[in-house]
Design a protein around this ligand. Structure first.
Ligand SMILES: NC(=O)c1ccc[n+]([C@@H]2O[C@H](COP(=O)([O-])OP(=O)(O)OC[C@H]3O[C@@H](n4cnc5c(N)ncnc54)[C@H](O)[C@@H]3O)[C@@H](O)[C@H]2O)c1
Length: 443
């Protein structure tokens, strides 16, 4: 059993055996087993966490928009409220943080929380620069024996993720040689929005900007519905990583779960004309990954905004899959969306005799409830989470490196140990972001 399969089995086998960091044991609902949680970003995506959070003690609520507090307090009446997450994280007695803020603050909040010995559930994406993702991953790896992390790629709990993994891992397509993921969400914006009006009373726009460079207020950044407002800001370079951080996190996860990759050794990308304000809509990026203990070297590709991999057969119209993944092997293809998959053997010897379907008792068990997997791991450090900061950090670092390759327009050679591009000095300048004075990534 390799690491991914161990994590999935251990997480299921261990559920219910709860041990607090202090060694307190109890039934799942015993008061002694409840976590003291801070929810940062209480509206929008934050609302989606209310039901699972209700099994714990929500003791702190933080939002840059004070108008969001009255409703949140109805659900979590014992919580203190904050507008600045830095102050919130210093509340005494916290165990854990669930963070649903805008993407440009994710790595900051992750690092500050880990540095205060708090478990972290971070909405995707973990980071919007290569450096941010590396720092968050490194901070967690130092503390992984006692802290649990999870990035909000909750589709990972869909059972199809395991079925796709089993097909690829067990040789249904022979030896894996390449894997492709794509997303077709296309939201076009010309550039940052012009100054318009004043932030409404109680809305701390300067705190919303946080570490990012100054931009004037415009209500257009905040005009989306609950859980969709990220589509009003996540395409701007200073606030997000476009579709990579949005649906790309979910869809690359479907691929990533099946290939057991770490960091790539190269990245190359091409796309529409560079816009200094807005991340590209149409873009494709390609990465070389070395062999591991069960497969040879592979090429991983990401396509977005209309760019698509070629279909292996004209009768399979990949464009009909808005967000999908495809795996190419020496004897065929697996093509999948989040909930289903097809197997397409090819070649004269693709008779499937080389492939043995798993015995029922070797089928990967369901992950269960994705947020609960993290709660359980917070309470029992021997339990693992599926989308911890190593798995998710490697995944997003690769995709963000692809954006750097797109910007310099060259094939980059990458040293994942040092986090440096070895053949293009100007690319190294783009691995990190410049922050406003007063904001520290690893504070
Ligand atoms: N896992 C998923 O399926 C999924 C779905 C939707 C959104 N998301 C993620 O959730 C995050 C939030 O997305 P959204 O659409 O809810 O955005 P949003 O703009 O509505 O923000 C959510 C809440 O966070 C608050 N907030 C923003 N920045 C803050 C800060 N620095 N400190 C405190 N509060 C802050 C906002 O005021 C709002 O109440 C994004 O990172 C997005 O990628 C994940």
């Amino acid at each position: 059993m390799n690491r991914r399969e161990f994590i999935k089995t251990a997480a299921v086998a261990g559920a219910g055996l709860l041990v607090l960091p202090g060694g307190v044991r109890g039934g799942e609902n015993a008061p002694s087993n409840k976590l003291n949680v801070a929810l940062i970003g209480v509206w929008g995506r934050g609302l989606a966490h209310y039901d699972s959070l209700s099994s714990e003690n929500v003791v702190a609520l933080c939002d840059v928009n004070e108008k969001r507090f009255p409703d949140a307090l109805k659900r979590f009446p014992n919580a203190k409220t904050y507008v600045d997450w830095r102050k919130c994280l210093d509340q005494k007695g916290l165990d854990a943080v669930v963070c649903c803020t805008a993407d440009h603050t994710h790595a900051f909040i992750a690092n500050w929380a880990l540095n205060r010995d708090l478990h972290v559930y971070m909405e995707k994406p973990l980071a919007i620069s290569v450096e941010e993702s590396r720092v968050a991953r490194a901070n967690w790896l130092k503390k992984k024996a006692k802290l649990a992390t999870q990035v909000g790629m909750q589709r990972h709990a869909m059972q199809n993720f395991n079925r796709v993994r089993e097909l690829v891992r067990d040789g249904a397509i022979g030896q894996l040689t390449a894997a492709y993921a794509w997303g077709d969400r296309q939201i076009r914006r010309p550039g940052y929005l012009p100054a318009e009006g004043q932030p409404p009373e109680g809305f701390h726009f300067d705190l919303w900007l946080g570490p990012s460079p100054d931009h004037p207020y415009n209500p257009g950044y905040f005009s989306g519905g609950a859980g969709m407002n990220c589509l009003s800001w996540n395409m701007y370079w200073d606030f997000g990583a476009g579709q990579i951080g949005d649906m790309g996190s979910h869809t690359m996860d479907l691929l990533w779960n099946a290939v057991d990759a770490g960091l790539p050794t190269s990245a190359e990308a091409k796309g529409e004309k560079f816009n200094p304000d807005v991340t590209p809509v149409e873009c494709e990026s390609h990465f070389d990954h070395p062999a591991n203990d069960w497969r040879g070297p592979i090429r991983v590709s990401w396509y977005q905004g209309g760019a698509m991999p070629a279909s292996p057969k004209p009768y399979v119209d990949l464009k009909k899959i808005d967000h999908g993944a495809m795996f190419k092997g020496t004897k065929g293809y697996v093509i999948a969306d989040f909930g289903s998959r097809i197997l397409l053997p090819f070649g004269d010897d693709s008779d499937l005799t080389y492939y043995k379907v798993r015995a029922k008792d070797a089928v990967l068990p369901p992950l269960g409830h994705f947020q609960k997997q993290w709660f359980d791991a917070c309470k029992n450090p021997s339990l693992k989470t599926a989308c911890d900061f190593e798995y998710s950090g490697n995944m997003i670092e690769q995709l963000l490196l692809g954006l750097v390759a797109y910007r310099v327009g060259k094939k980059l050679e990458y040293d994942g140990t040092t986090g440096r591009v070895t053949n293009c000095p100007e690319a190294n300048e783009l691995l990190s972001r410049k922050y406003r004075p007063g904001w520290t990534l690893n504070g």
